[in-house]
Design a protein around this ligand. Structure first.
Ligand SMILES: Nc1ncnc2c1ncn2[C@@H]1O[C@H](COP(=O)(O)OP(=O)(O)O)[C@@H](O)[C@H]1O
Ligand SMILES: [Mg+2]
Length: 257
């Protein structure tokens, strides 16, 4: 595989619990269906949930890789990733959160560099705190996806982050307004949200995609977008996710705003 054709997507937010991990896994399912080889890296180092939601009882994690690299024991990434299915591998967050402190961003850089030659799509799940690790992920990505909810504080803080990104010349991001997370919260309309963040809402995930028994799927380690029933009931919303998934792996055409 040509490492230049590998696509890296970071899913980020300015608030916790907005649906990042859910979206990362849904995207992984969609790219898998597109016959892409997918790697999900859980960069929510202190409280990552990728392995848990996929019901994987892992005996290795990102710190296992960092430890091997820093001690010159690292050989092949294949020895460290966990296989979810034939096309999706994952690198889990540290099982012991104390190990998270030892992970410097230079290792993230290195791991992404190695993974590029092995995967078509690399999905980086993050914590909402904008630290060195998240900044490295944002910097390395083909496109970044910021998830926003209909929440005053979330909207206000998103405005600040977007202005910082723009100041730094970063335009390769999309914004997803996730209405499926808090179905009762729809007080601020989309026009006002746009004004308040001083930017565009590129995608909206409908409140209809609120899945009451979501944990039932997670307890089985299922990815929603790979579940037949979910695809049937929520065909429209899944289709919206597919359109977004396609855009994310295409280099963003930056327009002057
Ligand atoms: N479409 C949805 N329907 C129902 N619950 C959802 C949905 N999306 C997310 N959630 C729930 O919201 C919570 C936060 O989602 P998560 O993806 O973990 O967010 P983050 O990674 O941003 O913290 C979780 O409990 C998750 O199960
Ligand atoms: Mg998460």
């Amino acid at each position: 595989m040509n490492s230049n054709s590998s696509k890296i997507i970071t899913v980020s937010s300015v608030k916790g619990g907005v649906g990042k991990t859910t979206t990362v896994l849904n995207l992984a399912g969609i790219y898998y269906q597109m016959k892409k080889k997918v790697l999900v890296i859980d960069l929510d180092l202190y409280s990552g949930g990728v392995a848990t939601l996929l019901n994987i009882d892992n005996n290795r994690d990102i710190y296992t890789i960092v430890d091997a690299i820093s001690n010159n024991r690292f050989t092949s990434l294949d020895d460290y990733v966990i296989s979810y299915n034939k096309g999706i591998d994952i690198i889990a967050a540290p099982r012991d959160p104390r190990d998270a402190n030892k992970i410097e961003s230079k290792y993230i850089d290195r791991i992404i560099g190695i993974a590029r030659s092995l995967y078509d799509v690399i999905l980086l799940d993050t914590n909402h705190v904008l630290n060195e690790i998240s900044l490295t992920a944002l910097d390395k990505s083909t496109n970044n996806l910021f998830i926003l909810t209909n929440d005053l504080v979330d909207i206000k803080n998103m405005r600040n982050i977007l202005s910082i990104l723009r100041e730094n010349g970063m335009n390769n991001y999309y914004i997803l307004l996730n209405n499926s997370r808090d179905t009762g919260k729809d007080y601020i309309d989309i026009y006002n949200i746009r004004n308040m963040i001083d930017g565009n809402i590129d995608y909206t995930l409908s409140r209809k995609f609120y899945i009451k028994n979501i944990d039932k799927y997670y307890l089985n380690g299922e990815i929603l977008t790979l579940n037949k029933t979910i695809n049937k009931i929520y065909s429209r919303e899944i289709n919206d996710l597919k359109l977004m998934a396609n855009a994310l792996i295409t280099k963003k055409e930056v327009q002057d705003e």
